[in-house]
Design a protein around this ligand. Sequence first.
Ligand code: COA
Length: 175
Amino acid sequence: MKTAIYPGSFDPVTNGHMDIIQRASTMFDKLIVVVLINPLKSYSFSIPERVKLLSQATKGIKNIEIDSYDGLLADYFKKHDVDVIVKGLRATSDFEYEFQMAHTNKDLNPKAETVFIPATANTTFISSSMVKQVAMFGGDLSKYVPAVIHEEISRKLTREFAQKRKAAAEKRGEE
Ligand code: COA
């Protein structure tokens, strides 16, 4: 039995991630999607929120498990019975960063091999930041995130952005 892990921040999961998840789930017996932390990033959704959104988005996929881990991917790989790391490549601009991560993970754990799946052409421009920006201004997310979660994402980000705008306006008023 071959088990793959698909790691990422998933802040939030997008149709780009779903493209890789759906295709990887047909290539392996089991796919574990793991929400990890990139300590150099700041996130809009908490880990439980990201796990919940992923669970809702992947409900129809039978051989999938959603998990989260507050540590190194190479250590997660060591602690679980997994065979390979799966990553998506959207464009050559992703390559250098992903190549560096794949080598670092293998250096930290020689068993941690990474395989790359090229993103489907119509998802190559999607990113979580782009989705968040569209949501903050109340734009239509339906083409960028799975239908079951787009309302939840819109609601949270529109509200948060409105609060930030209000706070900024109040601050300017005080000055
Ligand atoms: N389609 C569309 N978008 C995609 C995509 C795809 N197939 N694959 C990735 N993306 C986007 C994401 O939405 C994200 O967009 P954003 O930058 O606007 O938020 C961006 O590409 C980066 O994605 P991600 O894979 O989540 O990278 P990351 O840098 O946010 O996180 C971790 C990478 C979490 C896997 C990595 O930091 C990690 O392993 N952390 C644990 C600690 C560790 O082991 N660190 C050392 C590893 S070298």
